[in-house]
Design a protein around this ligand. Structure first.
Ligand SMILES: [Zn+2]
Length: 272
């Protein structure tokens, strides 16, 4: 049994400010340590359930947050920027399950710690087939494409809600309750790790075998400023549907993710 982990950090218990998760800032060491604690809990749960291989993709910011020596030695670690598949680098159809650890709510959610959807300085809203989604919904496209079920999501209550709405039967470890974008009430790190380890183990019991979901997808992205939408029109198949909004139709989830990532990379040059 092979398990893929996409590890973000905003949704980790105890994290409440950008300074805890931004390389170079004073509190960054605290954020890294909390992050690796929860990732290790998920790895432990996977091996306790009988996993043979666990691959962790560091998916936050410059993607060198997880200190290699502190990651459970049984797992493989993917780190570094830039990656062609970004938060899903390393996943393919050889995996039996995926976990999203330390995830967070979409930009625009009222009670979501450090809310954003990929780039907080570029993306105002993202929709898939008409539904506003966060990173769970977007990343799920790639997992579905490879037929890898997402079995566990961890984060705050808003993250838990998005996960449950999008993925019926998902296991969720809710490790904190956000009051807004910059405050939350968290479980202690040790308690958070305990419930993550247990949820990871339980999620892998009676592993489902989902059918491949290679369906056409319509994606709509609204940017902070109109110039970003203008530039996005350079990508083939992307059409302007509003002053700050573009949309495109993709043949499957992987193509949708790749086009979305192309827009993200392109509009980065306009971020002030
Ligand atoms: Zn992040």
């Amino acid at each position: 049994m092979d398990v893929f982990i996409s590890a973000d950090v905003e949704g980790v218990a105890g994290i409440a400010s950008w300074s805890q998760i931004t390389p170079g800032s004073d509190d960054y060491a605290v954020g890294r340590s909390l992050m690796v604690g929860e990732v290790n809990a998920a790895i432990e749960g996977a091996f306790d359930a009988g996993a043979d291989r666990v691959v962790v993709n560091d998916s936050h910011s410059r993607m060198t947050n997880l200190p290699p020596e502190q990651v459970d030695a049984r797992a493989r670690l993917i780190s570094g920027h830039y990656k062609p598949m970004y938060m899903l680098q390393g996943i393919d159809d050889s995996f039996d399950a995926a976990f999203f650890i330390g995830y967070h709510g979409a930009i625009g959610e009222p009670e979501a710690i450090l809310s954003h959807t990929y780039n907080p300085r570029a993306i105002w809203e993202a929709k898939i087939d008409g539904r506003a989604v966060g990173e769970i919904g977007i990343n799920l496209l790639v997992c579905e494409y490879f037929g890898v079920p997402v079995l566990l999501v961890t984060g705050d209550q808003t993250t838990a809600l998005e996960a449950r709405e999008l993925i019926p039967g998902i296991h969720v470890a809710e490790v904190k309750r956000s009051f807004g974008r910059y405050s939350a009430e968290s479980l202690s790190p040790s308690e958070a790790r305990k419930i993550i380890r247990r949820a990871a183990e339980e999620s892998l019991q009676g592993l489902p075998k989902p059918p491949l979901l290679r369906r056409a997808v319509t994606m709509e992205v609204t940017f902070l400023v109109a110039d970003m939408a203008s530039m996005s029109e350079w990508v083939r198949g992307v059409e302007r549907s509003g002053p700050r909004t573009v949309s495109f139709r993709a043949a499957d989830g992987l193509e949708a993710y790749q086009t979305f990532y192309a827009l993200l990379t392109l509009t980065r040059s306009l971020v002030e």
